[in-house]
Design a protein around this ligand. Structure first.
Ligand code: 4H7
Length: 243
């Protein structure tokens, strides 16, 4: 997948490019990351890319001219059908399904806003989708862009172990079950016996039970949306009875 980024802070991306899952996806050529420094596309002296808002109000707005040129430059290098995505607090909130869908596309260009955002006419004429990573504000679109790149990278074939992906789809839509590692005893708090039993059927049942329980109690909003199998319904009935 081809990923383009338009930003005034290209160096911020160095930290994700050099380690972990994203490095692995880059090495395997699953993804390519291509950065455009917005200031270099400014016609103004001093590489100015912002101006005061019409109608007054606080702060500055990113001007149309450099954005239009940078988007054009990125599009000239990107595959056909590349989507232009603007990260903003006004965007549609993303979720795992959106990430799964976008990970299948050929290319995306991520526009990282700063100041009070970008001139509305750029959104109307050059942006395909406006995305938000959640209902809170950060100082620029760079961190949201990195979150999207990370979420896409871990879905690329061969980046995560096949086993992790299968587990994830087995627990589709549910929260994770609790995890334990050595030692077996921490100050009298023992690892659940079943996990040491070697009985894979019982272990799978325990994991499903606790994934369901976690979701029901920690995220009742998610739980309502999940379509349960008959086996899962039985597990739920059992622990509703016991509590
Ligand atoms: C676009 C428009 C995304 C991008 C405005 C970006 C949260 C998200 C930004 C702004 C983002 C998200 C800049 C407006 C900082 C507010 C103080 C960058 N914040 N900001 N101003 N939820 N900020 O996805």
């Amino acid at each position: 997948m081809w990923i383009g980024i338009i930003t005034i802070f290209p160096k911020m991306f160095h930290c994700i490019i050099n380690s972990g899952i994203i490095r692995k996806a880059l090495n395997k050529k699953n993804i390519s990351i291509n950065i455009w420094n917005l200031r270099q596309f400014s016609d103004k002296k001093n590489h100015k890319i912002d101006d005061h808002p019409y109608g007054g109000g606080p702060g500055m707005v990113m001007t149309a001219q450099p954005l239009r040129s940078a988007i054009q430059a990125a599009k000239n290098c990107s595959p056909k059908d590349t989507l232009v995505i603007y990260l903003s607090p006004q965007g549609n909130t993303i979720n795992q399904k959106k990430i799964n869908d976008i990970a299948k596309t050929v290319g995306i260009i991520l526009i990282c806003g700063r100041y009070e955002g970008i001139d509305e006419r750029i959104i109307e004429n050059y942006i395909d989708e406006e995305w938000s990573i959640g209902d809170y504000i950060v100082s620029g679109g760079e961190l949201p862009a990195m979150i999207i790149i990370d979420a896409i990278s871990r879905l690329q074939p061969g980046v995560l172990k096949k086993y992790s992906i299968q587990e994830e789809s087995f627990y589709n839509g549910l929260l994770d079950y609790p995890h334990y590692t050595r030692p077996k005893n921490i100050d009298g708090n023992f690892v659940p016996k079943v996990l040491l039993s070697g009985n894979h059927k019982h272990i799978t049942q325990w994991k499903m039970k606790h994934a369901l329980k976690n979701t029901l109690f920690k995220r009742p909003d998610l739980f309502k949306k999940i379509c349960l199998s008959n086996e899962q319904k039985k597990i739920i009935q059992k622990f509703k009875k016991n509590n």
